[in-house]
Write a new protein. Structure first.
Length: 249
C-alpha cells in the first residue's frame, strides 16, 4: 500500500504489478499449458485482492476469480478486476493477454488500467494518448478462435479488414493504440472482461456502448454483459446501424 495514492495511481500500480507476477511465472517454467493459466490467475488475483482490501477497505470488489457476493451492489464504488484476461493466450506464450483493474462509480466505468505485459505497456484512463488517424482500409477486431457473425457482417459492409486477436483487453487496447478502428463483440462477456477497457477507451475519446447503443452499466447483481462496441466516434453511427440490421442466416 502506498500512502496518499489516488485511485488512478492504485489501478495502474496494481495492473502493472500483476502483469509482472504473471511474466515471472511464465518465464519460470514451473507450469505449462492450462496449469500455467490456472496458477497465473490464482497468484495475480491473490495480490490484487490483498492490495485492494488494504488500500480501499470500504470499497466493494468484483473479481473473476473470487466468489461473488451481491452485497457489493449496495456500494457506489466497486473495483472490478480480471487478474488474467486471455488465459489461453498467456498459456500459449502469446502477447495478446491483459490484466484489468477498474473502478466503477455508481455503475459508470470511471477509472481503468489495462496492462499488456507481453508488450511492456499499461494503458490508463488517467493518461490517455491522442488517437492515431484511422486506418485505411479500416481494421476491425475479431476473436482469433470464434469471430462473431455480426462483426464479420459489419466488416464486409464497410470494407474493413478483419484483425484476429486474443483477449478482450488486448482487442480494446488495439483500438486505443490505433492498431484497429472497431471492436464489436456479441459473443457474451462479463463485467470484468470490459470494465477497465471501457474506462480507458472512454478517456481516450472513443465511442463505448452496448451494441444497441445503450451505456455499459457495472456492479450489477448479474455481472453478465452480452455485448459491447468500442470504436472511433465517427464510425459509431454506421456500425450501430449495421449491427442492428444484421439477421442470422
Amino acid at each position: 500500500m502506498t500512502a496518499g495514492e489516488s485511485d488512478e495511481q492504485l489501478a495502474e500500480r496494481l495492473a502493472t504489478t500483476a502483469g509482472a507476477i504473471l511474466l515471472e511465472l511464465q518465464a519460470s517454467g514451473e507450469f505449462i499449458g492450462k496449469a500455467l493459466g490456472q496458477a497465473g490467475d490464482a497468484r495475480a488475483n491473490a495480490m490484487l485482492m490483498h492490495e485492494l482490501r488494504a488500500a480501499r477497505p470500504d470499497d466493494a470488489i468484483l473479481s473473476e476469480e473470487e466468489k461473488d457476493n451481491i452485497i457489493r451492489c449496495d456500494s457506489s464504488r466497486a473495483w472490478i478486476v480480471d487478474p488474467l484476461d486471455g488465459t489461453r493466450e498467456y498459456s500459449e506464450g502469446r502477447s495478446d493477454w491483459a490484466v484489468h483493474v477498474a473502478l466503477a462509480v455508481d455503475g459508470v466505468p470511471t477509472i481503468g488500467a489495462v496492462a499488456l505485459p507481453g508488450l511492456g505497456l499499461t494503458l490508463t484512463s488517467g493518461s490517455p494518448k491522442p488517437l492515431e488517424p484511422a486506418n485505411s482500409p479500416l481494421k476491425m477486431l475479431v476473436s482469433r478462435t470464434r469471430p462473431a457473425a455480426e462483426a464479420v457482417y459489419v466488416a464486409q459492409k464497410i470494407g474493413a479488414e478483419l484483425l484476429a486477436m486474443g483477449s478482450a483487453g488486448a482487442k480494446a487496447m488495439a483500438v486505443v493504440r490505433g492498431e484497429a478502428d472497431i471492436y464489436l463483440h456479441t459473443g457474451g462477456q462479463y463485467e470484468w472482461d470490459n470494465c477497465a477497457p471501457a474506462a480507458v477507451a472512454v478517456a481516450a475519446g472513443l465511442h463505448v456502448s452496448r451494441v444497441d447503443g445503450s451505456p455499459l452499466v457495472y456492479n450489477c447483481a448479474n455481472p453478465y454483459l452480452p455485448d459491447l462496441l468500442i470504436c472511433r466516434k465517427e464510425l459509431a453511427g454506421q456500425v450501430l446501424q449495421l449491427a442492428a440490421e444484421y439477421s442470422p442466416g
